[in-house]
Each structure stands twice: as structure tokens, then as C-alpha cells.
Design a protein around this ligand. Sequence first.
Ligand SMILES: C[S@@+](CC[C@H](N)C(=O)[O-])C[C@H]1O[C@@H](n2cnc3c(N)ncnc32)[C@H](O)[C@@H]1O
Length: 238
Amino acid sequence: MVEPRILVELGTHSGVSYCSFCEAINELRLPTRSFAVDTWRGDTHTQAYGDEIFKELSAHHDDHYAGFSQLVRSTFDGALPRFEHGTIDLLHIDGYHTYEAVKHDFVQWLPKMSDRGIVLFHDIAVRDKPTFEVWRLWEELKIEYPHFEFFHSHGLGVLAVGALIPAPLINLVRASKGEAERIRHYFAGLGQMLERVQSLEWGLRTTQCPAIPNEKRSWSIRIADGFSKRFRKIMKKV
Ligand SMILES: C[S@@+](CC[C@H](N)C(=O)[O-])C[C@H]1O[C@@H](n2cnc3c(N)ncnc32)[C@H](O)[C@@H]1O
């Protein structure tokens, strides 16, 4: 829907969301330059973690995405001067989740957004953890900006902060209540399918089950691989 010229993620950790962005850029051959910003040290929500997370992500990243992407090891504030004002088309905020921290990140990075800028907020649906308050900021922002909200997988808020909303997103932010529910249902279903494919692949590769002979195991792995290739083709069309 959005073909960002510059994409920035604040908060990358092991790279689950960031590598999904990079896969989309690769698959769709987008002309995007992409940046992941993190200290790769953790915070009080993720807990502190060691260098092995950054090393593992770096190795995978450099093999697959180095042509268009950079890992920026820095605080979010420290990375601000690297980006010109008005240049970021897509910003994913997934750092420290207190109200004050997420508001600070939004306010600091807003001037960097382009006139067709979209800000994504992860975890807008988490309301049962006292210090997770992305939902509070989201409630304020959604009064002010055109938006769409997903509730599955802890929730994702899509906020159109630029004066120009990219054409394919107009239908999303203007969806009626019924259409919005159908869109949410559709994407939640795709997410569940992806999780099932992954757990099937992982289970077949890692489970030692003496009842399944080796030739049947490799046959099952081929079926799972075929299924996930077909699934990736479907995702590419979405
Ligand atoms: C919730 S995790 C990110 C999860 C990731 N997007 C994913 O898909 O798995 C939050 C990350 O933000 C980083 N972080 C939090 N506050 C930060 C700050 N002010 N500057 C840099 N990194 C920060 C932490 O080190 C942590 O790795």
C-alpha cells in the first residue's frame, strides 16, 4: 500500500518486525532505504540482553538485506541527526512502552516525517500491563489524525501524519465500521495462518519422533515447504 522511500524502525530487538519489512522490500523490489535503530541492550520491559542478539541479527541482516538496509546501533534520540526533516515515509515505533517514552519518541520523530508519512505504533491493544501505555497515546492521536487500527498480535495503529495520504491508504482510513471489521478479520486470519505454517515447519524440523521414519519426515518437510511457498505468494499479492 505504501511504497516508502525511507523506512525507519525504532526498537528492533531480534528483528521480527524489521526483517518482515525487509522481506517485503525484497519481494516487492521496492526502492526503499531502510534503517533499524536500537541500542540492542534492552529496556525494563524486554529486560537487558547481551550482544548475542545483535550479532545473530547482524549476520542474517548483512547476508540478506545489506543492499538497502542499515542497523543503527544508537539511542533513538542519538539517531535523530542522521535523518533530514520531512524525509521518512514510514516509521515504526516499537521501543519502550510507557506513555512518556512513546510520546517522546513520537514528538521527536514527527518533524522527520514526509508529507505522505505514516507512523505505525505496535502494542496499542495491550491494556492489562500497568506500564504498557501505548494505548493511552493512541487514544489521543486517533482523535487528531486519520488512522486505522488492528487489534491482533497486541495491536498495530496506523496513523497518517502527512498532508497527503497515499492513495491506497485512503480506503483504509475511510473504511466504514463494517468494512474495518472485515479488513481486521482478514489480516488477523493471515497472521494466524503464518503462525501455523511457522510452527508446522519448526515442529517438523526440530521434533524427534521415533514413530515417524526418516523418509516420511523429509516428505512432510517438503509438503510444509510447498505450503509456505504458496502462502508467501498469497502474502505478496496482499
Ligand atoms: C519491544 S522491543 C522491539 C521488538 C521488535 N520490534 C520485534 O519485532 O521483536 C523494544 C526495543 O527497543 C529498544 N529501545 C527501547 N528504548 C530505546 C531507546 N530510547 N533507544 C534505543 N533503543 C531503545 C530496546 O533495546 C528493545 O530492543
